[in-house]
Design a binder for this molecule. Structure first.
Ligand code: NBP
Length: 471
């Protein structure tokens, strides 16, 4: 019996996705560059073996899938994808669909689609989030492609995707690179969210002198309120864990240098290219870069010493509440930025990315999944194209939440504790709501040194200033 679908790449994500597909009743033909991994995967598949067809060659893989063939590529992003497409093409027909499910840069997805000839198979760029666990039991799936391609793979994607109150977390978000672009911004938002949580952890650790288990209990409590989310939940768990070798809290033996594979940086780069502020995401990327300067940070710590003579913050219930509220306000501003970048890219590329749907398919399965995204989805219903900060429900929240965020950022600054993402979020909010900004001075400076001209508040047209009159 031929398989319903193929999957190439039995690494962490591919193997789990293949088992998920099999468990949902679809027969899946699998191939991996290193053939031994294919056999091992089959041997370990247990009850699901009869739904899996292990293949040693790509020709074998193509023969074992019912035409027209959908084939998921889950290999390392970059050249490996181009190599696999080239190797696979000779065995495929026009109606087949290659689905790149890795973390591709959307520019590559657009290029790959454009490079296909009229008799080549179709190409779909699909972002998958949720890590290993999501791939196995239900990821969030962000698809870029034609409606025809999506219609053909929709049943299997719907079946394997995460469900939020019964609703599938898989959707077609636009043509060509739209799915991979949205996945990139998802990861950028994920960076900002993680960074803001880490900043609050830093305030609790260094500003209030709390131990990891005490901080963990605070996060655990917050997880029952409006901050309820996967990231808060795992942070509480991480803080409660004990290192087996030393008996110390696990977080206390982990080097404070964050890794990054590049998607957060791509999000910041794309935002810059579009000219759309994503300062909380940029701050989060930069914070990871600073974290990696382990040796230099030691030198700087020695050079500057404790500038604030160990100034501690006041530990009371009101400040803990402000941290909770402030973190939520920071999140609102950071998510607003991420959605603005998607709206901008959507406009620029003519994608028509549905923002409410995007928020909906992030409610479960992905790393930033949360109750909060349900509120974002509701805010975008009927008001697509508007900054989240202008949605009435969020205006109400920010009216009070911004005061908490301000308190947190101000207190942290006075105690010498870094809050790059939280303060970026606050500054974005304050800049965005400032009717009379300060760019009048910038325009005057530009006109002074470069005769760039400026607009006036009281007259139409372009003007130059009286700069020659001043010394
Ligand atoms: P792994 O490192 O676990 O697996 C990589 C896979 O790519 C293996 O099957 C490997 O084959 C294959 N591969 C490589 Br490497 N180079 C190849 C080449 N030149 N030709 C053919 N196959 C090649 O990665 P993973 O974590 O499963 O990630 C896969 C994709 O999913 C990546 O794009 C990643 O960014 C994305 N992603 C990962 C996560 C996550 O949480 N890990 C989440 C969301 C998306 P081999 O066995 O022969 O080496």
């Amino acid at each position: 019996q031929q398989a319903d679908i193929g999957l190439i790449g039995l690494g962490v994500m591919g193997a789990n996705l293949a088992l998920n597909i099999a468990e949902n009743g679809y027969r899946v033909a699998v191939f991996n560059r290193t053939v031994a991994k294919t056999h091992q995967f089959y041997e370990d598949a247990g009850d699901l073996k009869d739904k899996i067809v292990p293949c040693e060659t790509l020709e074998d893989l193509a023969k074992n899938i019912r035409a027209p063939r959908p084939i998921i590529l889950m290999v390392k992003a970059g050249e490996a994808v181009d190599e696999q497409i080239a190797a696979l093409k000779p065995f495929l027909a026009k109606d087949d669909i290659i689905i790149d499910a890795g973390n591709a840069n959307f520019h590559d997805t657009v290029r790959r689609l454009a490079a296909l000839g009229p008799n080549d198979p179709t190409f779909v760029g699909m972002g998958v989030s949720g890590g290993e666990e999501g791939a196995r039991h239900g990821p969030s799936i962000m698809v870029g492609g034609t409606p025809e391609s999506y219609a053909r793979i929709e049943p299997v994607l719907t079946a394997i995707s995460a469900k939020y109150k019964g609703e599938s977390c898989s959707a077609l978000l636009g043509p060509d690179g739209a799915g991979h672009f949205v996945k990139t911004i998802h990861n950028g938002i994920e960076y900002a969210d993680m960074q803001m949580i880490a900043e609050v952890y830093g305030i609790l650790r260094d500003g209030l002198g709390l131990a990891p288990d005490a901080i963990g209990r605070i996060f655990e409590k917050w997880n029952e309120g409006p901050l309820n989310s996967y990231l808060i939940e795992i942070t509480a768990k991480v803080l409660a864990a004990t290192d087996k070798d030393t008996g110390k809290p696990a977080v206390d033996v982990i080097l404070d240098s964050a890794g990054q594979k590049g998607t957060g940086r791509w999000a910041a780069i794309e935002a810059q290219m579009l000219g759309i502020p994503a300062t909380a995401i940029e701050a989060a990327v930069a914070a990871r870069s600073i974290s990696s300067l382990v040796g230099e940070r030691k030198l700087a710590a020695d050079a500057y010493g404790d500038l604030l003579a160990g100034r501690k913050l006041v530990h009371d219930a009101a400040f803990i509440d402000a941290l909770e509220d402030g973190l939520l306000a920071g999140k609102i501003a950071a998510y607003a930025q991420g959605f603005e970048v998607m709206a901008g890219a959507s406009k620029e590329n003519g994608w028509n990315v549905p923002l409410a749907t995007t928020a909906r398919i992030w409610r479960a399965g992905c790393i930033i999944r949360s109750q909060f995204l349900d509120e974002i989805a509701a805010a975008f219903e009927g008001s697509e194209g508007k900054n989240l900060l202008l949605a009435p429900a969020f205006v109400e929240r920010m009216k009070t939440g911004s005061a908490s965020l301000r308190k947190v950022v101000a207190e942290a600054a006075l105690a010498g504790l870094p809050t790059p993402a939280l303060s970026a979020a606050l500054n974005y909010f304050d800049g965005y709501r400032q009717q009379r900004g300060t760019a009048n001075v910038i325009q005057a400076q530009r006109d002074f040194f470069g005769a760039h001209g400026f607009k006036r508040l009281d007259q139409d047209g372009d003007f130059h200033g009286p700069w020659s009159d001043v010394d």
